[in-house]
Design a protein around this ligand. Structure first.
Ligand SMILES: [Zn+2]
Length: 135
């Protein structure tokens, strides 16, 4: 998951698109009894600016599977999340840093997966938990 900035600059490809399939580490899913289903689809585009900063629009798409956080039934949810980020060659507080040669998107993608994750996974909207009234 790399954007080869120096090479793209040499080719005068200052803008472009990318698509990657990313195998997320198992500990990236924070919801108990749930996991990310298969691979995460990562897509987006980049713009290389004159000062070597690179604007990236990043979309992550993935499925969460596991047990409903309230009633423990099987649950599944599709997530799609888009974020706009900037890679810079000097360290600052707000942006991602890169070495001016190539960008590795892994940290930004992991961050996007974490930010986009709901706190709970539900079997259906409005699940109220295990029904104990008739049993
Ligand atoms: Zn439920």
């Amino acid at each position: 998951m790399e954007i080869e900035v120096r090479k793209l600059n040499a080719l005068k490809k200052y803008e472009g698109e990318f698509v990657f399939d990313y195998e997320p580490p198992a500990d990236l899913c924070l919801i108990p009894l749930c996991s990310i289903e298969g691979k995460v689809k990562v897509e987006g585009n980049y713009v290389i600016y004159d000062d070597d900063s690179v604007g990236v629009t990043l979309t992550v798409k993935y499925g969460l599977v596991g047990q409903c956080s309230y009633c423990l039934s099987d649950a599944r949810q599709d997530i799609a999340y888009t974020t706009e980020i900037l890679f810079v060659t000097e360290t600052d507080e707000e942006n991602y840093k890169y070495d001016g040669i190539k960008i590795n998107l892994k940290t930004a993608v992991n961050d996007a997966i974490l930010i986009s994750q709901p706190n709970v996974l539900l079997c259906k909207e409005g699940c109220t938990g295990i029904d104990v009234t008739n049993k």
